[in-house]
Ligand binder design. Structure first.
Ligand SMILES: [Zn+2]
Length: 343
């Protein structure tokens, strides 16, 4: 039974980010709501377990009620309540609205990666995209199942990340948010960028880190094609790198896109003459992208016969390295202020 309760708790935690207050009320507190049914079940609980069970389900009820109440006072801003911060709590508990503060609202001086992120999000917001930050702890469904990696799919091995003993996963890519974004912003048109921190279980060297930021993007509407994808990504990269680029797309492989492509740009430093940044090839393979697989759209509640869309995911650290001419990715995280202040 306590396993069921923790499952429901996890579900509530997901739903408070995606459902409206009336949907929350209907799903959990109505006559046939999930929490109401838990209360009705109390008579079947053995006497000695009843007290603990009661405490737990009361906690669930309170959590749902609090989130319904918070929605009523919800405003556009999500300022931190500085007097009542509990630094040991998950940070979405420390906000007045109960929602996560926007990544750019967090106080303190900005790390170079966050400054770059701000520039990129600004470009996308001017292009009409919404922003939704990814989670740093996720589940198998969002990491794999919803992205067309069924259990046992060999491509799961391409994403070697960290798992907790309870079966949660530290996301290896921001694609974990695709399903949530499709559900939250659907029906189309859907235009969302999904920045967030990702993790890979790998040895570090000058171009690999176990922790990095990615920026995912999805665009879904009627009649969207690869041409829209190329134009959108090119426009964004030219604005960000502040130079004109030649682009190509070449085949790649991801289970969650069809066709799967890799976005390649002409080297912004040597203009295709060849330099150390581009490995003397004149071109830089920058990111994976492609048309969103029909199974992924279906999992997100979107009819693939009616709508199509594209998605991409690019490493923020990689972009920062290219833009700033940094040769070692590890320098971004080793806390050397003398280095970081130069950026
Ligand atoms: Zn070059």
């Amino acid at each position: 039974m306590s396993k069921d309760i923790s499952k429901i708790l996890k579900q509530i935690d997901d739903d408070i980010h995606t459902l409206t207050s009336s949907e929350l009320k209907q799903k959990y507190l109505s006559k046939k709501g999930i929490v109401t049914e838990l209360f009705q079940n109390i008579k079947n609980i053995p006497n000695e377990e009843r007290k603990e069970y009661g405490i737990k389900i009361n906690g669930l009820k309170k959590l749902v009620e609090e989130n319904i109440e918070l929605r009523k006072n919800d405003t556009q801003t999500s300022d931190l309540d500085e007097k009542n911060i509990d630094p040991s709590a998950p940070f979405d508990i420390n906000t007045k609205t109960g929602k996560r503060p926007h990544i750019l609202d967090l106080k303190g001086s900005k790390h170079p990666l966050m400054k770059e992120l701000e520039v990129i999000l600004d470009i996308f917001q001017r292009m009409g995209f919404d922003v939704m930050e990814s989670k740093q702890l996720d589940d198998d469904f969002h990491m794999f199942e919803s992205l067309n990696f069924p259990k046992g799919h060999p491509a799961r091995d391409m994403y070697d990340t960290f798992w907790t003993e309870d079966g949660f996963v530290l996301p290896a890519h921001t694609s974990t948010m695709q399903n949530r974004a499709l559900r939250r912003y659907g029906p189309p048109p859907i235009r969302v960028v999904l920045p967030g921190r990702c993790f890979r279980n790998e040895a570090t060297d000058a171009s690999h880190e176990h922790t990095f930021y990615q920026i995912e993007g999805i665009y879904v509407d009627k009649g969207i094609s690869l041409a829209h994808m190329q134009a959108t990504i090119k426009e964004y990269l030219e604005k960000y790198l502040e130079t004109e680029l030649e682009i190509k797309v070449q085949p790649s492989y991801f289970p969650f896109t069809e066709p799967d492509t890799e976005f390649v740009i002409s080297c912004p430093f040597c203009k295709k003459k060849g330099c150390s940044t581009c490995g003397f090839s004149g071109w830089i393979e920058l990111m994976g992208c492609g048309m969103i697989h029909p199974n992924v759209l279906t999992a997100g509640g979107i009819d693939p016969n009616k709508y199509s869309g594209f998605a991409w995911g690019v490493g923020l650290d990689r972009l920062t390295l290219i833009k700033r001419g940094i040769t070692d990715i590890r320098k971004l995280r080793d806390g050397d202020l003398n280095f970081l202040k130069q950026l």
